[in-house]
Design a protein around this ligand. Structure first.
Ligand SMILES: Nc1nc2c(ncn2[C@@H]2O[C@H](COP(=O)(O)OP(=O)(O)OP(=O)(O)O)[C@@H](O)[C@H]2O)c(=O)[nH]1
Ligand SMILES: [Mg+2]
Length: 704
């Protein structure tokens, strides 16, 4: 892709790595000084994992033959000096293709046979089952060989009508959409359900994942693509033909699959080269393109700046031949520039917000863990200073007072126990609302309702009904949390006034984000329940697949909500335990000091010095924590995601012995411009103990 995109992606990567290392430093320091309790520690760890495993997913979506694969070639594989992803007239890409890099696997192609659809397992589940995939090695050093291997994604096989029906490629009610009958009465269907291409492309190595989709309006489109992969992509590029404009089926795809995430949608009006007419002037062609852009923007109801007239074919040819003029004419750099200028900063903002939110929680807890002991130390110092020049009977008196105070304090235990048991009960009831069983029950009753009503309307109704119930469960959990908050808040106030605790309560977690997620899932799946799908749902295997897909996505929402509420509750009770422990320790310290002073008269001053030194140590730690926190926050806020200009020129040396792209330091340095610059960019590698998640694990929640 353009240097600018590479640089921005690199800057995002560097930002993530440096933020991650700041957080590691902070976590390490806090653990070393015993300032982090389990819950907040876990929060910090999961945030770090999130940052180090972050992938940026860009999906290319369109009706067949609009030029998706050609565009991917022009953006990513021009350095190979030839077309790598198969792109040809008619249907070409037969299954969703995911391009990424997982350093734990050799470069290769993993193909999931279409027959896996019969087993009802969802794609998400199958990702982790190695034996389900057919693996083929890729020789990335030989472009011919590489391109040849990728033709696997075009592979089809013959099937009887019955098999095609079972696999979702034949619909008796929509005969016009069915594949053509062959002479032997069979039909051709895709051989694969999904393809993963693992290649050490410089951008993929930096965490980019690219999804090439087959023409989406095809009957039998992989449901998981439309309800899982696409909605979770961070950006989608929708491709239209400049010669055809927005056709009816283009519009259907746009409405059905791209109605969400308006911020990250880009429209490419491809094949503008086809508008060149020998009988028209250049200016007339330009005006025609501008007119097409306006029309497309109006039809799709999107800002005209989001529509990029391009020629993927010209861009690929220009880059392969090293012709800057041709590349400029293709206008592709404008689209690439927009992607790097908008997408990456947006992504960074989302992660920044998440990090600052987590840091706030850490700060709250750690702050308490430091200020409470310091306050008690101050009190003790005051008490001991008051003993200067006093006789032993005064010390004895004080000792007695400390013992009395300690005994009085211990009376709080009864109250604490009562509060704990009420809290535990309330928490259990609340968590039950969000438990997996409830979710499964809801899904089962929806499934039953769909089975009972064969009409499409019935399926939609049952689904919407279930979504309403699920939203209700979330809001019930929210209400119960408020009740817990009220109960704890009253108890804390009482404990603070009666026993000198300094308990504070964070606000109840906001569940509205989860409601939004639920809404998104609902919108995606309602489309799945659209015309033509209802009959597929009538088949037990599809219904099962549908149920599993849905369950896995809903589970993420419910488990995250439940996890957040649980963390909030645990943090509140951990605070009580910590303060109880600290108070007891303080009484013990006071008692010991007085006892020592009682035995030897010179002890008072040395004890005072000790306490003073302890307090100074704590103050130093406090300063250091504040500095580490600030550094982490600053690192999160760092907005320097730079984007350079595209130099245009690519590898002009299309010698077939060259690697497809620069894959490592031993690669040919004869490749000009882009390759070399990418090589010069620092290699971003997480520390060896913090390996990235496999590239095929795509974060389910786009967080956008
Ligand atoms: N004239 C012209 N043809 C193009 C352009 N981009 C792609 N094509 C041609 O259009 C045809 C389809 O391109 P593909 O990239 O295979 O289209 P696709 O969207 O991936 O299609 P499917 O894989 O079938 O879904 C190929 O013959 C391409 O060479 C372009 O910018 N101009
Ligand atoms: Mg294609």
């Amino acid at each position: 892709m353009t240097e600018s995109f590479a640089r921005s992606l690199d800057a995002l990567g560097t930002w993530r790595i440096s933020l991650e290392s700041r957080l590691r430093e902070l976590g390490h320091f806090l653990r070393e000084h015993d300032l982090l309790d389990g819950n907040v520690g876990e929060l910090l760890d999961s945030l770090r994992l999130r940052l180090s495993a972050e992938k940026l997913v860009v999906a290319f979506v369109a009706e067949f033959s609009r030029g998706k694969s050609e565009l991917i070639n022009a953006i990513f594989f021009a350095d190979a000096g030839r077309r790598i992803m198969p792109a040809s007239p008619g249907r070409t890409t037969m299954c969703p293709v995911e391009l990424g890099w997982d350093a734990d696997e050799p470069p290769g192609l993993a193909l999931l046979p279409i027959e896996t659809r019969l087993e009802g397992a969802s794609l998400g589940e199958l990702r982790s089952q190695r034996q389900a995939w057919v693996r083929e090695p890729l020789n990335i050093h030989d472009p011919e060989n590489f391109a040849q291997a990728l033709t696997a994604v075009m592979r089809t096989r013959e099937a009887t009508i019955e098999q095609a029906r079972a696999l979702g490629f034949w619909n008796d009610d929509q005969l016009q959409d069915n594949p053509q009958l062959l002479a032997n009465g069979h039909v051709e269907i895709p051989a694969w359900r999904h393809a993963l291409i693992n290649v050490p492309h410089p951008l993929l190595k930096r965490g980019l994942v690219v999804i090439d989709t087959p023409g989406l309006n095809a009957i039998g489109a992989e449901p998981e693509l439309t309800v899982g992969l696409l909605p979770s992509a961070h950006a989608t590029v929708f491709i239209l033909g400049a010669d055809t404009g927005v056709t009816k089926s283009d519009l259907a795809i746009w409405r059905d699959h791209l109605s969400v995430h308006p911020l990250s949608r880009y429209v490419a009006l491809n094949k503008i080269d086809a508008l060149v007419d020998p009988l028209s002037t250049l200016a007339q062609t330009e005006a025609q393109i501008a007119q097409q852009v306006r029309q497309v923007a109006a039809t799709l109801d999107i800002a005209a700046e989001r529509v990029f007239p391009i020629s993927a074919r010209q861009a690929l040819a220009g880059r392969v031949s090293g012709s800057t003029i041709e590349l400029e004419r293709s206008r592709l750099p404008a689209l690439e520039h927009a992607l790097s200028q908008q997408l990456l900063p947006q992504r960074r903002e989302v992660l920044e917000e998440m990090t600052l939110e987590a840091l706030k929680k850490v700060q709250r807890q750690v702050g308490r863990n430091l200020t409470d002991p310091r306050r008690q130390l101050a009190e003790q110092l005051l008490e001991l200073r008051g003993l200067r020049g006093k006789n032993t009977s005064k010390v004895e008196l004080m000792l007695r007072r400390v013992n009395e105070e300690a005994a009085e304090f211990e009376q709080c235990v009864t109250q604490l126990q009562a509060m704990r048991s009420v809290h535990a009960r309330m928490l259990k009831t609340m968590l039950m609302v969000l438990a997996g069983d409830k979710l499964r029950e809801q899904l089962e009753s929806m499934q039953k309702a769909i089975r009972d009503s064969l009409l499409q309307l019935g399926a939609r109704k049952a689904f919407s009904q279930m979504c309403t119930e699920l939203r209700d469960l979330l809001s019930q959990a929210g209400k119960r949390s408020v009740e817990i908050h009220e109960m704890l808040s009253a108890s804390f106030t009482k404990l603070n006034t009666q026993f000198g605790f300094s308990l504070t309560l964070a606000p109840v977690p906001d569940l509205s984000g989860f409601e939004t997620d639920l809404g998104l899932i609902e919108r995606n799946y309602v489309q799945y329940l659209g015309l033509g799908q209802a009959l597929r749902l009538g088949q037990p295997r599809f219904m099962e697949q549908f149920r599993r897909m849905l369950l896995s996505r809903l589970r993420v929402v419910f488990e995250s909500a439940s996890g957040e509420l649980e963390l909030w509750n645990k943090t509140a009770s951990a605070q009580v335990d910590a303060q109880l422990r600290e108070r007891r320790r303080a009484f013990k310290r006071r008692r010991e000091s007085l006892e020592r002073i009682q035995v030897a008269s010179g002890e008072l001053e040395s004890r005072l010095e000790e306490l003073q030194a302890h307090d100074e140590r704590l103050a130093t730690i406090e300063t250091r924590v504040a500095a580490l926190m600030e550094q982490a926050a600053q690192s999160a806020r760092d907005t320097r995601i730079e984007a350079g200009a595209d130099t245009g020129k690519r590898n002009s040396n299309s010698n077939s012995n060259n690697p497809v792209f620069a894959a490592g330091p031993d690669m040919s340095h004869e490749t000009v411009d882009l390759d070399i610059r990418l090589l010069e960019l620092p290699e971003i590698q997480p520390p060896p103990d913090e390996r990235l998640l496999p590239s095929n694990v795509i974060p389910l929640k786009a967080q956008a």
